[in-house]
Design a protein around this ligand. Structure first.
Ligand code: NAP
Length: 375
């Protein structure tokens, strides 16, 4: 059995990955070692075929004993450790959730429902670096897979509404702390039968602006507000998250499908889990809405088409409806009155599953299900 090291298993992506690996019984087929950057020597999760003690995630000697390393630890960790493993000519496979290596020539961005044949041919040619895509990119590609297969897309503008958990475990917790502080600030007025709504509103706003409002991770209020910027400022008015839309989409599509132009704004909102995106799509010709719906529905087994009516949309096309499932919901599909061949769509997917953990898990399965002689 292959020796698999997992780093970052207790973070947001890592813990969802472990759940999925348990559900799919992946641990039966591997010997697992859990690594940590902060708890070396402590007890590892009790999992079949796993070493009982947590190993040091900075021990190159221990890491190098692995056939496969999955890292959900983050970009700083990858930047530090991956080059050291390369330096000693470690011959194992590196599977990563962080963006650090995504655009490097040695890495394939993995999203196998879209680019399985590229993954498999790269594997044949000896590629060993596999990186999960940006969450909104992976979710968008799965949602409009049918239109991409058809070669129907000229460009996409994606306006995102990204969940707090997209920023990690501590940020998700901070959103709830902020919500609690806002509630506490207005509690006495909220509980009055004849409450004054403006008193509630002012109390909440005062709390958001106060020095003791918790904002260690987001730096600004997210609860009761939103953050119109995600990831680094590239200095040209574009955020790094927005830049990934065009660059990663086309790195995934190249060799499989025609390239498409992608651009838009990325925002953080106060949902707990699952990213939403409002898409404006310019199609290459005049498709009827029914044709578009058929293309989308038949593209992959995870996409769920939500009828474009109020009841279906409010009940089935939201983070609360989709979180914790592998469903990629897409709805609000209609022709826009702005220009010919232009449609709207709204899509929601669990960014911790298809946007992060699931492509890594499936890459692991591709590697372990593969004939050993070609490993
Ligand atoms: P995270 O939740 O912040 O976890 C990363 C590490 O932080 C953990 O492995 C853990 O390492 C440490 N940590 C510190 N305090 C913790 C706490 N209270 N609970 C849990 N872990 C804690 O990060 P993440 O969101 O999983 O992201 C990991 C990587 O995946 C990043 O590169 C990110 O960009 C990428 N990614 C994330 C998402 C997403 O939706 N979150 C989607 C796609 C890609 P030790 O156990 O070693 O201390």
């Amino acid at each position: 059995m292959k020796k698999v090291g997992i780093v970052g298993w207790r973070g947001m992506v890592g813990s969802v990955l472990i759940n999925r690996m348990n559900e799919e019984e992946d641990f039966k087929y591997i010997n697992t070692s859990f690594f940590t950057t902060s708890q070396t020597g402590q007890k590892a999760p009790g999992i079949i075929n796993a070493e009982p003690i947590l190993l040091d995630a900075y021990s190159i000697e221990d890491l190098a004993k692995m056939d496969i390393i999955i890292s959900c630890q983050g970009g700083d960790y990858t930047q530090k450790v991956y080059p050291l493993l390369k330096e000693i000519e470690w011959s194992g496979h590196w599977i990563d959730a962080a963006s650090t290596l995504r655009m490097s020539d040695e890495a394939i961005i993995i999203l196998d429902p879209i680019n399985e044949s590229k993954i498999k041919s790269s594997l044949k040619f000896g590629n060993k670096t596999w990186v999960g895509g940006n969450c909104t990119v992976s979710l968008m590609l799965l949602a409009i897979h049918g239109l991409i297969k058809e070669g129907a897309v000229e460009w996409v503008s994606s306006m995102t509404y990204q969940a707090a958990s997209g920023a990690g475990a501590n940020n998700m917790r901070e959103l709830l702390v902020q919500m609690g502080q806002l509630y506490d600030s207005a509690e006495s007025e909220i509980n009055k039968p004849n409450f004054n709504i403006l008193d509630i509103d002012y109390a909440v706003l005062d709390k958001m602006h106060s020095a003791d409002f918790t904002r260690d991770n987001f730096h600004v209020p997210l609860a009761g507000s939103l953050i119109p910027w995600i990831d680094q400022d590239l200095g040209n008015g574009i955020s790094k998250e927005e830049w990934k839309g065009q660059s990663e989409t086309n790195k995934i599509l190249i060799g499989e499908y025609k390239s498409i132009r992608v651009d838009g704004l990325c925002t953080r909102i106060g949902s707990m889990r699952s990213h939403s995106q409002a898409l404006t799509i310019k199609l290459k010709k005049n498709y009827e809405v029914d044709e578009i719906n058929d293309l989308i529905k038949s593209s992959n087994q995870w996409v769920t088409l939500i009828p474009n009516d109020k009841e279906s949309s409010i009940h089935n096309l939201s983070p609360s409806a989709v979180s914790g499932t592998l469903n990629i919901a897409i709805g609000r599909i209609r022709k826009l009155a702005l220009e010919d061949n232009m449609i709207s769509a709204f899509t929601v997917g669990d960014q911790l599953l298809w946007g992060a953990a699931e492509p890594l898990r499936r890459m692991l399965r591709i590697l372990i299900d593969k004939d050993d002689s070609t490993f």
